[in-house]
Design a protein around this ligand. Structure first.
Ligand code: GRF
Length: 189
């Protein structure tokens, strides 16, 4: 029997981190198998990436459920069916609620494009640029009830003294992929 950890990746949009991690798993650079992609924006580009990589996708419209708990119960059922042991958030633009947190305590991680605790929440890169910082960065952390406030697992700093958002975003994303893969490798191997 394979000793690979079965993981789910949750994403809402582009999915570049999803693809980097899924490929690393398929190439045995992480001792895990991505058994499901959960997406809260049906039709988001991440779903195409998943289909190309032959990873099952669960697409949901959160607004069509009476509550967050009802929405998460549907996800939990799918995770159980796929025997998911660990959850990786990669650009999932939604706060995780009690249903999933209670079932996967300390087994959910997220990546955030800033050096937390600086600039939590949406548009961290824009927040940091507006603030005028000279060292940007990325953080991988455990997920708890707080907004981007769970225990920090790893960070990488990105010195940048320019004002070109596109250039900076490309640097941040490239660094995210490297940091997320190496962090998951240590957590899951
Ligand atoms: C990343 O910057 C990640 O840190 C943030 O959302 C973005 C997702 O990018 N949480 P992608 O969808 O993986 O390309």
């Amino acid at each position: 029997m394979s000793d690979k950890k079965k993981i789910a990746i949750f994403a809402s949009g582009n999915g570049s981190n999803f693809e980097a991690i899924a490929r690393a798993c398929q190439q045995d650079r992480i001792n895990a198998e991505v058994v499901i992609c959960v997406c809260d924006h049906p039709g988001a580009y991440v779903t195409e990436r998943a289909k190309r990589l032959e990873i099952p996708v669960l697409e949901l419209r959160p607004k069509s459920y009476p509550s967050k708990a009802d929405y998460e119960k549907v996800i939990l059922e799918a995770l159980k069916k796929h025997e998911v042991e660990f959850i990786v958030l990669a650009g999932y633009m939604r706060i995780i609620g009690d249903v999933l947190l209670n079932e996967y305590t300390n087994k959910i991680v997220n990546i955030h494009p800033s050096l937390l605790p600086a600039f939590p929440g949406v548009d961290a890169i824009g927040q940091a640029l507006n603030y005028g910082v000279k060292v940007f960065g990325v953080t991988v952390h455990f997920v708890d009830h707080t907004l981007d406030g769970g225990k920090i697992i790893s960070q990488a700093a990105i010195p940048y003294d320019g004002n070109d958002r596109e250039e900076l975003e490309a640097m941040v994303h490239a660094r995210e992929h490297v940091l997320y893969i190496s962090t998951l490798r240590s957590l899951l191997n």
